[in-house]
Design a protein around this ligand. Sequence first.
Ligand code: ADP
Ligand code: MG
Length: 239
Amino acid sequence: MAEIVLDKVSKKYPDGALAVSEVDITIADGEFLVLVGPSGCGKSTMLNMVAGLEDISSGELRIDGKRVNEKAPKDRDIAMVFQSYALYPHMSVRENMAFPLRLAKVDDQTVRAKVEEAATILDLTAHLDRKPANLSGGQRQRVAMGRAIVRNPKAFLMDEPLSNLDAKLRGQMRTSVSKIQKQLGTTTLYVTHDQTEAMTLGDRVVVLRGGFVQQIGAPQFLYENPANLFVAGFIGSPS
Ligand code: ADP
Ligand code: MG
């Protein structure tokens, strides 16, 4: 488990304008924090800086009080949950979920135990020997989560993990994601452009616009006290 702090974090791509501007966010240990905002507002850039996939131009990123700006992604003990299409089609569910552990040279017995434990949490035990093509969209998405869970990371990062699912399935998966995160208690940073998803999932929600944080707060608080017209319009005006 982990506390993640972004302290005046900015990102300027070499050829572009400021994509993220002096962002201050503290993600509490065990918290489900959602970053929401329109396309191009800097959500993925922020997530990728936390993951270590993009350099931070200025400011400091701390995990459990330690500066990690210079740490390689694999040394941050953070797992990214990708969209389900990132599964390996030729591998079984079991091998897909085991893959990160195999890379880390974990022994067979531990791999088996970890995969089966994750499968129980994700309700995938009956499907371990199937290939992704023979699963439903929801099951595939849970396998994608399984690949993150098996490593017992300090935190999960999710970039629009449900965006390629249909509306009905997306609703179901929201419930699963939330249940699984609460059960594991793993600090989670979740990115979406969908306000309903943000308001349903987040313990707190960060509204971003053009690289600037507009407001941070619990969903109910944002509904009732939007900081400005953009926030009010984006998340829906209070009735
Ligand atoms: P979001 O995930 O909210 O849609 P992004 O973080 O992908 O937004 O992008 C934020 C801004 O940074 C956009 O203006 C985008 O064009 C720009 N951007 C993203 N990635 C790169 C890159 N690799 N090089 C240059 N500019 C980029
Ligand atoms: Mg994005």
